[in-house]
Design a protein around this ligand. Sequence first.
Ligand code: GLC
Ligand code: GLC
Length: 814
Amino acid sequence: MQRGPYGYFDDEAREYVVTRPDTPLPWINYLGSEDHFGIISNTAGGYAFHRDARLRRLVRYRYNNVPADTGGRFLYMRDAETGEFWSPSWQPTQSDLDGYRCRHGLGYTVIGSRRADIEAETLYFVPLGETLEIWRTRVTNHRDRTARLSLFSAVEFCLWDASDDATNFQRNLSTGEVEVEGSTIFHVTEYRERRNHFAYFACSADVAGFDTQREAFLGPYRGWDRPLVVESGRSTGSVAHGWSPCGSHHVEMTLEPGETREVVFLLGYWENPEATKFDDDGSVNTALVAPVIDRYLRSDAVQDAFDRLRDRWSGHLGALQVRSPDTHVDRMVNIWNAYQCMVTFNLSRSASFFESGIGRGMGFRDSNQDLLGFVHMVPERARQRILDLAATQLPSGGAYHQYQPLTKRGNDAVGSGFNDDPLWLVLAVAAYLKETGDSGILDEPVPYDNDPSSATSLYEHLHRALRYTLDRLGPHGLPLIGRADWNDCLNLNAFSESPGESFQTTEHREGGVAESVFIAGLFVLAAEDLAGVAERRGDDASPLHDARSAMAAAVAEHGWDGEWFRRAYDHFGTPVGSAENDEGAIFIEPQGMCVLAGIGLDDGRAERALASVADRLATEHGIVLLQPAYTRYHLELGEITSYPPGYKENAGIFCHTNPWVMIAEVRAGNGDRALDYYLRINPSAREAIGATHRCEPYVYAQMIAGSDAPTHGEAKNSWLTGTAAWNFVAVTQWILGLRPDHDGLRVDPCLPASWDGFEATRVFRGATYHISVRKKPGVTGRVAELVVDGARVAGNAVPVAPAGTTVTVEASIG
Ligand code: GLC
Ligand code: GLC
């Protein structure tokens, strides 16, 4: 098995196994599937939250603290014989361990180790449909004598609003409240008044003691690495009033040689109905949650819930499985990239090791793009997401840039005016329709700005999205950029000179001149998608075709720089991303998006643009966003020029954009170049250079430092990025060519010359397609013959088969 410096992939188990705790950064995973989530690092750091990482945070986490990854699911073993104690997950005591391993799986994590011949391993997961996380700990005595041990748990409760919790001390140090019943600690801060929810921390064992006041547990001036209670082996029974409520159980165990003891902890969230909040004596009504707690403290229920979680994931992943000549392709497509798509769909950009969970809600453009990589797994959830997003659209066709997951309403603080936003909705709906054929969604009544009286059909929303662009064209007939387009940091109307001002929401100049070639390319793509939808409804699509052609013509006339597509025109009408510019002469986004949209494929411009990308932007670690990097602040360009060269939007490898170029290469027929670019940023392919890459090797990161940075090749901002969805689309739908379309499943691969084909199983509208693509090594080209269930079919679309049936597809290339 190939190994990286910090672990290896166990593809059979669908796990990444981290083999040393001191990874360059915390390598995290997610617990939870729909409403209740946690992030968990390879040393059990992280936190839990219910639906909203800011407003319903269960436990504290201290971002960007030292040591790294402070706050988590703490467990301590203590040996009564020696008084020695340690954390089986390494943090927070950082004691030397034997056989440390962390297995990150799909929705669960297992962390275990051995010390002094005592083994402890904990499985963490959130059962499907529940609002709690389970920690199942197994302790085994490998000694040849009896061991007298203590197991201590510890969490530090967050007082719900994670932002307020980290700032409003004059109030918060006096509000904390808990109740303790048997082995269950209830965190009930603010329950008396306006909250009807509480958190609980339960334990399956009878406890020898507990603590709920942090200072009592830790002792004065101590940290989580050496709590006084653990050191002394005695809980104090503290009950928190104000200060910092925590939860700690003390479980004593005597283990014979070879004996294993299992202890289950539950960290959960519960909402009571308003009318039954309290017991007669005024204490918190815990009767409704009691059966849930009792159930999951049972070993068989835990195992059963875990099996169901594993089965659920087998089902999700079963929608597409491939066997290709490249392990990195298979591993990412079959397991990790699909998984990351689910996580980004669930969490947008809210909570990761790099996203504090207190900032952004669900991004409009982000969520629409995340859906592209998710829709084939759970189409019903994608449908609901589309309706939620569209309901925040404005009557003008524009969109709030973000909405809040708890209220599903547009976020006023950020507002609108990111002129690309509405177009992504068209792409998302088209992808949903192609995947499901559910054209009924187009007739769903959907409000604007969540005002029910304004509802129109979703179909009308899509038209307004395009009209929003057409109503806002600039001097060259190209779309006005507004506050920014996909590139949040290209702020052509901001002209910001005050520190601290948000580049995204500040507009010191009128927005009537600066134009975006990128939005033009996106418009062409969206107009084509909507035309396809209109035709199938029997509507006249010619206005859409005309608008598309006019936009493509504007790009040809004003968006072409000679060797590549320009990026924009600034507030003074000066080109951005042009050979005329000494810095930022060429940008990746319009090369990818324009060619992806089909612009320039017939007249050689696409080829030239892609050659320019290869010559000027491609590095061994991926394709950088622009060149030359900006070395000084350009007032007229905004935040993009605020980053040091090689980072983020200023010539970093902004991974989200790379798959656009891969798709563009496929459209231009270059399978070798497409796969080459794909492998440069594929996390699994980068595992071997983990010391440089530093982030998790099982998921994409938003950014890899570009060639202008001294840290070239170092990844940052892993997990929550549109990179996940777009790479999934690029490799599965374009390189492998398994592309859902309105009338069938296209089989249209564009493979590297060295491959001899691949096999795939794809579930599409309920039927299962077993696909085999054959090609002689050395040959390139597209599908020449398509045989479906033994009969030749013209073209490359496999017709839709009845749900429940199995279809055999054989395609040959060249
Ligand atoms: C971040 C944002 C995304 C934006 C990108 C480029 O990833 O979430 O919306 O398109 O940066 O600026
Ligand atoms: C910053 C980041 C950018 C992100 C934006 C959204 O500008 O550089 O990537 O999209 O913030 O808040």
